[in-house]
Design a protein around this ligand. Structure first.
Ligand SMILES: Cc1ncc(COP(=O)(O)O)c(C=O)c1O
Length: 472
């Protein structure tokens, strides 16, 4: 179905054979999206940063790929029969992908969306001939009003219906394994080193990640996840945390879908709404790439990643959908002001941590209470750290401060072979990621460092040096 078709006209009044160039239908336009190099946004960065333009699919999103693959799988399995109705829970784009196929093949569609989805998406779906049911975003998974439960109920009450369930349908990651992955490999001639994607159902990252890693296991697959979603914590701890609301649409989850196969993902980076929308707006303004908020999430993660990479790196991020879906949302200054996202950014502990002077490790370096003092000292020495937090099960239980530690070890050399717990000082004080710089500064008067807490997890450290360097 992908690709161009040439048609030879026979029996036509024209005497010679005529080759016409056209697609059999709109489905032929799905996939084969180009890569575009970032120029102004990536200025000063060493790697090549490329955008995979999924917004150029006929339904203007990455989800066109799975719309056609889930429908064709259902047809092959005999689950979707002529005249059938497709019912799906969607943040909008999968609905659009399915509605396009349904229009071409003559199926009916009912889509269930939450009231978080932009009005542009539901109008788009209606324009494609679908019925749209809206449920409250506040409904928790498993409750009757949740959009997934509602879609399941409607499917069970509708005769001759097909409920694809993009969260578990194998044709979702499979579409990306078959098309997105091979496209990236060929387009970069195997030179891609990092692939950055948001994680909604997980289809894009799992399918593309699996393909790329089979080609070259050294390729790093990076998930970009809104603060408040489960994926970063789940990847790092195996536990599903409490979720909090965020504004970016289409990515992040409250529960773990079967299609999120995180064994193909090396790392998940948290990105704030503010950074996602800022990056998406900048993509339009300085690169001419008009895209949605999740594309901004991916772009922000790709640029953050690229800061620490060299000129051999080729970083590709997904532009998931078009900015037209969000004209009434983050592409509108009024909406941004209403959400207080256009106000000058206050200097927070989180921002200080992100903008630390070059040379300071970006990832938090810690030791455990059971580690040997000699190993802890070696780590501090190697990384040039004068203090280091002691964490146990993610909680701060103490700290090592070079000057105290050296004088203890100097007086009693046997301590080198003792556990850290024997020599550690008290913990550094905690600040919240959103706490103001003034509070950080006050706490640093009585402690050489403070630890940053984010949704109950310790994620960073700010030292007196960091504060002096960044506020100078
Ligand atoms: C705008 C947008 N971006 C990204 C995604 C995430 O893609 P996936 O479901 O393949 O993880 C979605 C999924 O719904 C989406 O709607």
């Amino acid at each position: 179905m992908l690709g161009r078709w040439s048609q030879c006209l026979r029996g036509h009044s024209l005497p010679q054979q005529v080759d016409m160039d056209y697609y059999q239908n709109v489905l032929g336009l799905i996939g084969h999206t180009p890569l575009i190099k970032l120029n102004r946004l990536s200025k000063g960065l060493k790697p090549l940063v490329l955008a995979k333009m999924e917004n150029l699919n006929p339904g203007f999103s990455v989800k066109d790929r799975i719309g056609v693959s889930m429908v064709e799988a259902a047809e092959r399995a005999g689950v979707l029969k002529p005249g059938g109705t497709i019912v799906e829970a969607t943040s909008g784009n999968t609905g659009i992908g399915l509605a396009i196929v349904a229009a071409v093949k003559g199926y009916k569609c009912i889509f269930v969306m939450t009231d978080k989805a932009s009005v542009e998406k539901s109008r788009y779906l209606k324009a494609l001939g679908a019925d749209v049911v809206i449920t409250p975003v506040s409904a928790k998974p498993g409750t009757p009003d949740h959009y997934v439960s509602t879609a399941r109920r409607i499917a069970s009450e509708t005769s001759n219906s097909f409920y694809p369930d993009q969260y578990s349908h194998p044709a979702n990651p499979e579409a990306h394994y078959r098309t997105t992955g091979p496209e990236l490999w060929e387009q970069t001639e195997g030179e891609i080193t990092h692939f950055v994607s948001g994680i909604g159902t997980g289809g894009t990252i799992s399918g593309t990640g699996r393909f790329l890693k089979e080609k070259n296991p050294n390729i790093k697959v990076i998930g970009a996840d809104p603060y408040g979603s489960i994926y970063k914590t789940y990847k790092e701890t195996g536990k599903i945390p409490e979720t909090t609301p965020y504004l970016v649409e289409g990515i992040g989850q409250e529960v773990l879908p079967a299609n999120a196969q995180l064994q193909y993902v090396d790392e998940v980076m948290n990105i704030s709404d503010r950074d996602s929308f800022e990056a998406a707006r900048q993509l339009g303004r300085v690169e001419g790439i008009f895209c949605g908020g999740s594309s901004g999430t991916n772009c922000a993660a790709a640029l953050r990643l690229a800061r620490d990479l060299d000129e051999n790196a080729v970083v590709v991020f997904v532009v998931c959908d078009t900015g037209e879906h969000y004209l009434s949302k983050f592409h509108s200054d009024e909406w941004m002001k209403e959400k207080r996202l256009l106000e000058p950014q206050k200097i927070t502990a989180g921002l200080l941590n992100e903008t630390k002077t070059k040379g300071a490790p970006r990832e938090l370096v810690t030791v455990t209470p059971n580690e040997l003092v000699s190993a802890a000292l070696a780590k501090m020495n190697e990384l040039g750290l004068t203090q280091i937090p002691v964490l146990e099960d993610g909680k701060s239980v103490g700290s090592l401060r070079e000057n105290h530690l050296l004088s203890k070890v100097f007086n009693e050399r046997d301590l080198l072979e003792a556990p850290v717990s024997k020599v550690m000082d008290k913990s550094f004080p905690l600040v919240d990621v959103d706490d103001d710089v003034n509070l950080v500064s006050r706490k640093l008067r009585s402690s050489p460092a403070v630890l940053i807490e984010e949704y109950g997890r310790i994620t960073g450290i700010i030292t007196r040096h960091d504060l002096l360097d960044t506020t100078r």
